[in-house]
Structures are given as C-alpha cells and as structure tokens.
Ligand binder design. Structure first.
Ligand SMILES: N[C@H](CCC[C@H](N)C(=O)O)C(=O)O
Length: 285
C-alpha cells in the first residue's frame, strides 16, 4: 500500500485525478488507474494525469513536463484536450512552471499552452485531419448514423443528428458500435453533434476508455473540423463554439491546425492509498 498526494481537477466537467511523479518512480498500472477513477471505491474521475518530467519518459527535455494520460479503464490515450488544460493549471498553481506560456509533452507531441488572464487555457492542438473514413455508428436503441473519421492525435467518429432534442435523447449509457469494425482497430471516441447556428454546435460524446463524459476536448476539435468540412472547409481561419454538457469551449481552425480554449479548475487536494502489491520504485532504487 503506498500513500500518494493527488489533486482533482476538471475542464468543462471532464474530470481527472492528478498525480505528481516528478522523477517517474510511480509505476502506474491499469489496476491503480481503475481504482483512482472509481467514483465509489476510489477518488473518481474520467482519467488520470501523471505529471512527470519528460526526461523520465522518453529521454526528453529535463525541463519539460510530460502529461501521462490514462483513461478510466486504465487504457492509455495519445492526447486529452481538457486534461492538458487542467495539467497546465496544476503546474502553474503548484509553482512547477513560471510564466503563463509553456509547452507540455504528450504522446501526440509537444503542445504549446497559454494560460490567459481570465484563467482559461489556450492549447495548440496541432494537426486535425479528416481521415476520409465513412462509418456507420449505431447507438443502444439501434439507430444508426453516418459518421466521419477525424484524427486529433487520437481517433474520433463524428455523427450529425437532426436537432438538440434528438441529441439529448440519444441512449449513450453503453458504447455505440460502428461498421466497418476495422475502421478503428484501437477503438474510437464517438461524438454526436447538433448544429445550433453559424459556427455554433452542441455535442455529446461516448469516450473510448471512459464512457459518456460531460466533455471531450479532442472531441470538440474533431467536431469543429467535421462541421467546418460540411460548410465547405474554407481555408480561411474559423472559430467555432462547441457546447458540451459540462460547459462550452472555443475551437479555432486554420491551415489544418487547431487551437482549443476553455476553462481549467483544480477543485481539491488529498492523499490516496494506492492499492495492490505493485512495488513503486523509490528514489533510492
Ligand atoms: N478517451 C480519449 C482520451 C481522452 C480525451 C478527452 N477526455 C479529451 O479531453 O480530449 C481517447 O481514448 O482517445
């Protein structure tokens, strides 16, 4: 049993357990992640953010922090758009970085971050790409929707529904299925979108590895890109407001790149007793 300090934070109510592991000694396995994310037996969260210096992960820069993101089921994902905003807020609050502009290393590359005067966080999400995959996504009551594949560093399938009422009524208590099955061999985050106005959409999401969440940052980028393509995909820069059950974010698109701006809140600090007999290396190892 190992006691470890944690923080709890969220971005548009997509919530995370944050563990500072500066020197990369915390051997975080699937069992520990599932426990940490368990909303009854553990701390509770959609995912875990391990905060570790990049030099301990991929031989990276010793002055850059690496976001080791894990989904609630213990699986690893390449990127987390809400999580990286919360990660940046945590680094600033804990004095682990100075200044409001920084870079964070992720499995989807280095992301530039700006913490804005109003407390919101702007993330350079990098390339967003429509994959050309045409799939059919089927929800629990058998309704099927045409969807497009979007790569935001992690995989997304975006489907448009008729209106907000249909969006609200979607049965997302269980994972949607998709055909052809081989379209997303590593699974997919499934977003459902209703257009509310010129460059203003509402979205719900069933996340790979976490289930339905109140928000998915990479998903909002995927949705903005798919909406932009439906509107003709102009090469001119465009700004989209994406409403999610947990709030709203802004997505800017330009030259195949995306920027995501939204809130990031640290709500609690504590100490957790990590389960299992996994041996966590100590600094003396
Ligand atoms: N479930 C996602 C990772 C978290 C994405 C989401 N929480 C975000 O804010 O981008 C996946 O397996 O690709």
């Amino acid at each position: 049993m190992r006691r470890w300090s944690f923080a709890k934070g969220h971005g548009t109510e997509n919530d995370f357990v944050i563990l500072l592991d500066r020197d990369g000694v915390l051997d975080l396995g699937e069992e520990e992640v599932r426990f940490l994310c368990d909303r009854h037996a553990g701390v509770g969260g959609d995912g875990v953010l391990r905060v570790v210096l990049a030099s301990h992960v991929d031989g990276g820069d010793p002055h850059t922090w690496f976001m080791d993101y894990r989904n609630a089921d213990g699986s690893i994902a390449e990127m987390c758009g809400n999580g990286i905003r919360v990660f940046a807020r945590y680094l600033l609050d804990e004095g682990l970085v100075s200044g409001h502009e920084l870079e964070i290393a992720t499995r989807a590359g280095i992301k530039p971050i700006a913490v804005l005067p109003d407390g919101s966080v702007r993330v350079g999400m990098g390339e967003v790409r429509l994959t050309g995959e045409a799939v059919e996504v089927t929800v629990a009551d058998g309704r099927a929707y045409d969807a497009v594949g979007v790569d935001v560093g992690n995989p997304h399938a975006v489907a448009f529904v008729a209106d907000p009422a249909e969006l609200a009524a979607l049965p997302l208590w269980t994972a949607p299925s998709w055909t052809p099955a081989e379209a997303f061999p590593a699974g997919v985050n499934a977003e459902f979108v209703a257009v509310l106005g010129e460059r203003h959409v509402a979205m719900r999401v069933y996340e790979r590895g976490s289930g339905e969440t109140r928000s998915c940052g990479t998903g909002t980028v995927a949705v903005a890109a798919a909406t932009h393509a439906r509107l003709g995909g102009s090469s001119e820069p465009a700004q989209y407001r994406v409403d999610v059950p947990g709030g709203s974010v802004e997505v800017e698109l330009g030259e195949g790149q995306a920027w995501l701006t939204g809130p990031a809140v640290i709500v609690a600090h504590g100490e957790v007793a990590l389960p299992g007999g996994r041996r966590h290396r100590t600094l003396e190892d």
